[in-house]
Design a protein around this ligand. Structure first.
Ligand code: ZN
Length: 204
C-alpha cells in the first residue's frame, strides 16, 4: 500500500467506514511506515478534540465561526500571515472563498430546521410537535434517525439511533441495541472539510 492510499483509509477508519480487510491493510502499513503512523496519531487527536467540544453549540453562526477559528493553530506573529497573504494573493482568495462557502453552508443548515424522521416501522413512534417519542413497550426494529428534533426514548430501538442537530433523552427503560450517535451537521461537515484540506496541503 502506498502512503496516499493509507491516508485516505485513515479518514475512512476515523469515520467508521472501513471494511475488515482494509482495516488490516491499514494497520499493517502503519506498523511499517513511521510517517503514516505519526500522521494517524495526529488525525486521531483532531478527532478526539472534535468530540470533546460541547455537543450543543448556539446556532448563531458568528459564535460558531469564532469557535472554529479559535481551534485553529494560533500564530504568535500575525504579521507573517499578512506578509504571506500579500505574496500569495491567489491562495488568499481561495482561502477567503472557502470561508465564505463554509459560512453559507452554516446558514443553509440553520435554515433547514424541519423535523425529519427516518426508520422502518414508524407506527411504533409518537410525534408531538418536534419531539419524537418511542413509548415504553414499543419496539422500533432497525435504525432510527431523527433530524432537527428532540428524541425521547422510553422503549426499544433494535438498531442504531442517530440524532442530527437535535437533543436526545433516553429513559432508564430504553433499550437501544445499536450505536447511539449525536451529530451536529454543520460542525462535523466543516471538520471533515478542514481535515481534508489540511491533509491535501500536507501531501503537496
Ligand atoms: Zn506510509
Amino acid at each position: 500500500m502506498d502512503c496516499k492510499l493509507a491516508v485516505s483509509l485513515m479518514h475512512d477508519y476515523l469515520d467508521d467506514d472501513l471494511a475488515k480487510e482494509q482495516n488490516m491493510m491499514l494497520k499493517a502499513h502503519l506498523q511499517s511506515c513511521a510517517d503514516c503512523h505519526m500522521r494517524f496519531k495526529e488525525l486521531e487527536q483532531t478527532e478526539m478534540a472534535l468530540y470533546s467540544l460541547p455537543r450543543h453549540i448556539p446556532t448563531a453562526s458568528k459564535e460558531l465561526t469564532e469557535r472554529i477559528l479559535n481551534t485553529l493553530p494560533k500564530h504568535k506573529e500575525p504579521q507573517i500571515w499578512v506578509k504571506w497573504m500579500k505574496r500569495h494573493p491567489a491562495a488568499t482568495a481561495a482561502a477567503l472563498f472557502l470561508v465564505v462557502m463554509l459560512l453559507s453552508v452554516i446558514n443553509v443548515f440553520n435554515q433547514d430546521s424541519q423535523l425529519v424522521v427516518q426508520g422502518n416501522n414508524l407506527d411504533q413512534i409518537v410525534i408531538e410537535g418536534n419531539t419524537v417519542i418511542v413509548p415504553e413497550g414499543n419496539v422500533v426494529s432497525g435504525d432510527l434517525t431523527i433530524e432537527n428534533g428532540k428524541a425521547e426514548i422510553f422503549g426499544d430501538v433494535e438498531g442504531n439511533l442517530t440524532v442530527i442537530d437535535g437533543s436526545l433523552y433516553t429513559a432508564s427503560t430504553a433499550q437501544i441495541s445499536g450505536q447511539v450517535k449525536s451529530v451536529d451537521q454543520a460542525l462535523d461537515w466543516i471538520w471533515f472539510k478542514l481535515s481534508n484540506v489540511f491533509s491535501e496541503i500536507a501531501y503537496r
